[in-house]
Design a protein around this ligand. Sequence first.
Ligand code: MN
Length: 377
Amino acid sequence: MSVPLLEIPGIGRQRFLRDYWQRKPLLVRRALPDMQPLLSRRDLFELALRDDVEARVVRREGRRWDVCHAPLQRRDLAAVRTPRWTLLVQGVDLHDERVARLLRRFRFLPDARLDDLMISWASDGGGVGPHVDEYDVFLLQAQGRRRWRIGPVEHTRLQPGQPLKLLRGFVPQEDFVVEPGDLLYLPPGWGHDGIADGECMTYSVGFRAPPGDELLRQLLWKMAEELQPAPRYSDRGKLSAASGSHPARLPEDMVRFVAEAFARLRPGRAEFARALGELLTEPKQEVVFEAGDAREAARIAPRQGLRLDRRTRMLWSPTGLCINGESVPADLGRSPLLRRLADARELDAAQYASAGPAERELMEQWCAQGWAHAGRD
Ligand SMILES: [Mn+2]
């Protein structure tokens, strides 16, 4: 189950993180020299037609672009020989174990930043046009050739009237053709335009880099939903006959009431860590876990160990541990064993056997929910 981390030939992970990550693009030729597509074109097309898969088709005809969103029908997929169209399938790591394993090679970066692995197949001349992403992205060429044009974008201007966000007046700085096994890293805000040179497949590993306001908005929503009932506002003994002369005036006391309630709320680091952990481990909408058998797991795991389901997201902080959108009870939030499971995504039999009763009960419950499984793959 454990996979080797990506080496980044010629540079190494350390130099990559120091000199390139979030700073500038990097093209690594033959980063994965034996790269073969993990799914055939046929497998990918079948996957794209499933209703629990996020996929879209983009076609270009001259200056006109056309986007077709999931659920896709077979007729939405043009003939393979038809030029200038592309199929994008999001979150393939959720559906395919081989792809999930490839994604784990990027775990030298924090899981909290990881979004998914998207596979795009394109016919000759296909692409999605010049655009920028809010993501750090690794573009791994899996099959065929693609011509990339990349360049920094200071001010994003978009082409009006297009069904997708296309850059207007994009000026590329570099222009190159990638082949199977080549890897292109782009930080957020770098414009890129990739055009298939013959039929090709590209794997995009995306790391979310959300703007602070967006993250805060989501966190505040979450915290708002979890608010404890607070005392009702009262103006008992605070009104006098004189208040009646300005009935439209917002009572100062009411303003103070909400300001004080807000001040009492003031979340500390632990609450932020909890809310952020829950938010970032929330399964994607289309993810449905199949229930497992807790008793069966209790029988097998002490002898064969335990592994997380490939779709399970798990994060820990010094103050707590979150799995699939939920925090574990406070006393278990600091369990070294559960942290180990989060980092390694598996426990061997001996490690599992060292679990206390509460840890064991929790892990059996995860097996019952389909979040973890007893035994090896
Ligand atoms: Mn992109």
